[in-house]
Design a protein around this ligand. Structure first.
Ligand code: SF4
Ligand code: SF4
Length: 138
């Protein structure tokens, strides 16, 4: 079963702290790092957590108590079907194949559950059909 995806935002003072390692060590969950970025403004980590819901909640509480900003990724990208022309640009730009061209009808199918919130597709859509969707701050 697919886990729950979260975007973790670390302020610069926490970017080099071993907070993520404690998720493996202190909680009975699986942690899959999907994307990691670090620069002078801090760190951004996209992770997928698997395990019992209560154990995931405990891990999230720990992150928040550690001053990490946590956002659950449920609807990172929203596609406006009225604007989409099925041009296929997003198919070639998405690193995790969240967009797939259906060969039988040439419509682009969007598998939102595959999205790792890289943001690549948001500015790449020629008619501007893709935008940042709603996600929930925790
Ligand atoms: S890039 Fe935009 S218009 Fe082209 S298939 Fe993807 S969502 Fe549709
Ligand atoms: S944000 Fe990145 S991973 Fe998500 S659908 Fe767009 S290109 Fe794919």
């Amino acid at each position: 079963m697919a886990g729950r995806k979260f975007l973790l935002m670390f302020p610069p003072a926490l970017a080099d702290q071993p907070i993520t390692q404690r998720l493996w060590r202190d909680f009975d969950i699986t942690v899959n790092i999907l994307k990691a970025e670090i620069d002078e403004s801090g760190g951004r980590l996209t992770i997928e957590l698997g395990g019992k819901p209560e154990e995931i909640s405990r891990a999230i509480e720990f992150l928040i108590a550690s001053k990490v900003r946590v956002e659950e990724l449920r609807n990172y990208v929203r596609r406006d079907m009225k604007k989409c022309t099925d041009c296929g640009m997003c198919v070639s730009i998405c690193p995790v194949k969240a967009y797939v061209m259906n060969p039988s009808d040439h419509h682009v199918v969007f598998h939102l559950e595959r999205c790792v919130a890289c943001g690549n597709c948001l500015d790449a859509c020629p008619p501007g059909a893709l935008s940042r969707g709603r996600s929930s701050d925790i």
